[in-house]
Design a protein around this ligand. Structure first.
Ligand code: ZN
Length: 178
């Protein structure tokens, strides 16, 4: 049924949830539908458009976060789902300096990698096996956008409002509205 962008009552983007979960928010009158993805959610008693963007009916305070959360999804988004060694589609997250050799689990030491490069590297440094990094891994600035993963076209107008914001969304500590 797809995914749904959740906006705060103030229209600030907060998180992405499954469209099914967004429907539950709407049915509980915790959120209103702003955009639909064209599909219809049906149960025994009702049929409502599957939401693509919902807005909470109440305001959620979003804690300020200086750094984007280091998640698998965010790493893939930063690296555009591309292996940073060979350019193929990425499937794994690779530690540039392997953890077994003291590498840290930080933005500056993780990259998206294809299974092949990841397996080739194992506990070695890329330079030791002739791999080159396409660009140095960096701490991304737009944490919220990255935390959303792949963007749906209907979301763009709502995300444009937050360009430049450094805060990333997280509701109730787990990325989902309570
Ligand atoms: Zn690769």
């Amino acid at each position: 049924m797809g995914r749904s962008l959740v906006l705060n009552a103030s229209f600030e983007p907060l998180a992405v949830v499954t469209a099914r979960r967004a429907v539950v928010l709407v049915l509980k009158e915790k959120a209103e539908i702003l955009e639909s993805n064209g599909m219809v959610f049906r149960s025994e008693k009702l049929a409502i458009p599957a939401p693509s963007v919902v807005r909470l009916q109440y305001f959620v305070r979003v804690p300020y976060r200086a750094r984007a959360s280091l998640t698998r999804r965010a790493v893939f988004a930063r690296d555009e789902w591309t292996c940073q060694y060979c350019g193929r589609p990425a499937e794994n997250v690779d530690h540039v300096i392997p953890r077994s050799r003291g590498g840290t689990h930080t933005w500056e030491n993780v990259v998206a990698a294809c299974r092949r490069c990841n397996a080739r590297k194992e506990n070695r440094l890329h330079g030791e096996i002739g791999l080159r990094l396409r660009r140095r891994p960096y701490v991304p600035r737009d944490g919220l956008r990255l935390s959303l993963g792949r963007l749906e076209p209907e979301w763009e107008p709502y995300l444009a409002r937050t360009n430049g914001h450094k805060r990333a969304a997280r509701v109730a500590g787990n990325g989902r509205p309570a």
